[in-house]
Design a protein around this ligand. Structure first.
Ligand SMILES: Cc1cc2nc3c(=O)[nH]c(=O)nc-3n(C[C@H](O)[C@H](O)[C@H](O)COP(=O)(O)O)c2cc1C
Length: 182
């Protein structure tokens, strides 16, 4: 059975319908994407058929530094905490860049083994967009709670991420201060 087959269809359907950008990868091999939703496609300019089966690093480009990429790399390698949020420079299909604030959380099977990674992308390029983060995070929190509930029915567990989202608001305030002081 491929990982795509083992991802609960109900959960896939829920994710596809969400209005915030969401993407799911298997943890197998090179973390290939198995679900992306319309909001992800709208943000990145890619269609599902462009990206399913690929690692999400195609969003990175010449301005993406190793320093930005490493925390995502370490997270996906799976040694650290169960969830994290990372700012990284990304590029859309048309080549335009955006500052992506990527949230990632692992989904564990009943034996406690990580099976999937759920990610949510947020464009924080401009101050106007950044101002939309609290609203995005309200939806993200509800989404995570729903995913947790639906996942549980299929033996998938998530380690709580509400605190991380709360901390993200503080992190982003710091990032915009850094930017303003440049
Ligand atoms: C579900 C999922 C979503 C991801 N979303 C993004 C993203 O939006 N932008 C990005 O730059 N990297 C994203 N990544 C991280 C990259 O796929 C990759 O793991 C990262 O570049 C570090 O690994 P590498 O050093 O092998 O490239 C995502 C990873 C996963 C598993």
């Amino acid at each position: 059975m491929t990982s795509q087959d083992s991802f609960p269809r109900t959960l896939g359907d829920y994710i596809r319908k969400s209005r915030i950008a969401l993407a799911v990868s298997s943890v197998e091999e090179d973390a290939p994407l198995i679900v992306v939703n319309d909001a992800f496609c709208k943000l990145t300019g890619y269609a599902p058929e462009d990206v399913l089966g690929q690692n999400c690093r195609f969003l990175q480009g010449e301005g993406t530094t190793d320093e930005m990429r490493r925390p995502l790399h370490d997270f996906v390698q799976g040694t650290g905490p169960a969830n994290g949020r990372f700012p990284i420079l990304n590029y859309r299909k048309d080549g335009s860049d955006f500052f992506n604030f990527v949230f990632m959380t692992r989904l564990f099977d009943a034996g406690g083994t990580a099976r999937f990674i759920l990610a949510s992308q947020f464009d924080m390029t401009s101050a106007l967009r950044r101002a939309g983060l609290p609203q995005n995070d309200e939806v993200l929190k509800r989404t995570l709670s729903d995913v947790e509930q639906i996942g549980r029915e299929f033996g998938l567990a998530m380690v709580g991420s509400a605190q991380l989202i709360a901390d993200s608001v503080a992190l982003m305030a710091r990032l915009s201060l850094d930017e303003d002081s440049r």
